[in-house]
Design a binder for this molecule. Structure first.
Ligand SMILES: [Zn+2]
Length: 291
């Protein structure tokens, strides 16, 4: 199945209230592993890149191996640029073929964020791409973006006005989650999702999901979080699998075995989340014959 627009994947997930895993890959191995997980479980999947990963690998090389692999999978997949405060990089990725971008203007005041997001939405439309919006920064630093404190939380009406004014396709509300690992039990405000969806029925995006319970995931998804970001869990699976293998095999220098071990751990992590989010089996509902 060819790569599809973000809209095609999330419209259905939002309507039917299941969640689609949006996994931050870090290289070709992790990309291949998460695509294999989606294929095995017949699940639609969102692959995303942090700006740090795009810069590290390069736009053209990343897009080339993404496209080469994505074109071969039998499930709907799409490519998203995660938290990007830099307009130049937004433009670069849209031109290169990314299907969706998160313009992260959460460091700007809401008026300036709104003004710039309107421009990004217009630019993305010219590429047939969608925009995720955000006005409150998610607590915690992720790939050099964000702060440990977390920013100001606005009344739901402010988010609603931002969605109205900008026409963003999806929105990431602050609901008490944080990037990275939780140091204490998070105090979630899931009712903010319900309140926003009641007036603005667009897909909501859950950031900072690593460490939430299965019940917290399913509750937030039922309320309208159709896109569920997974970044920290991939990093843990990826790095710990290296460590495990190397600790267990101190005398071995066998890259294919090491990489196979890492791939298996990343694939298992992706499968676990896809199952919890309810998207396993959902690819069958898509028209796989469409070109
Ligand atoms: Zn995030």
């Amino acid at each position: 199945m060819p790569v599809v627009p973000m809209r095609e994947i999330l419209d259905r997930a939002f309507t039917e209230r299941y969640g689609v895993a949006a996994i931050n890959v870090v290289d070709d191995l992790s990309l291949e592993a998460v695509l294999a997980a989606a294929t095995d479980l017949q699940a639609p999947l969102i692959v995303q890149t942090s700006l740090k990963t795009v810069k590290a690998i390069g736009v053209k090389p990343f897009y080339a191996f993404w496209r080469a692999r994505a074109d071969e999978v039998p499930v709907p997949v799409t490519l998203h640029l995660d938290h990007c405060p830099d307009r130049e990089w937004i433009s670069t990725c849209l031109r290169a073929g990314w299907n969706s971008v998160l313009f992260d203007g959460s460091e700007l005041d809401v008026a300036e964020n709104t003004r710039q997001t309107i421009e990004v939405v217009a630019e993305a439309e010219r590429h047939g791409a969608q925009v995720e919006g955000e006005i409150e920064s998610v607590m915690g630093v992720e790939d050099d973006i964000g702060s440990e404190e977390g920013g100001e939380i606005h009344p739901v009406e402010v988010s609603a006005a931002f969605i109205d004014a900008t026409g963003v396709y999806s929105f990431a509300p602050a609901i008490g989650t944080a990037h990275g690992l939780y140091k204490a039990e998070p105090k979630l405000t899931p009712e903010r999702v319900t309140e926003l969806v009641a007036t603005h029925p667009i897909p909501m995006v859950l950031h900072g999901g690593t460490g939430l319970t299965e019940a917290q995931f399913t509750d937030l998804i039922a309320r309208g979080c159709a896109k569920v970001n997974i970044s920290t869990a991939l990093k843990i699976a990826f790095v710990d699998a290296h460590r495990e293998f190397l600790d267990a095999n101190p005398g071995k220098h066998d890259p294919p075995k090491l990489l196979a071990h890492v791939r298996a751990a990343v694939k298992e992590m992706a499968e676990r989340h896809i199952r919890i989010f309810g998207s396993a089996g959902q690819a069958k509902a898509f028209d796989t014959t469409a070109a």
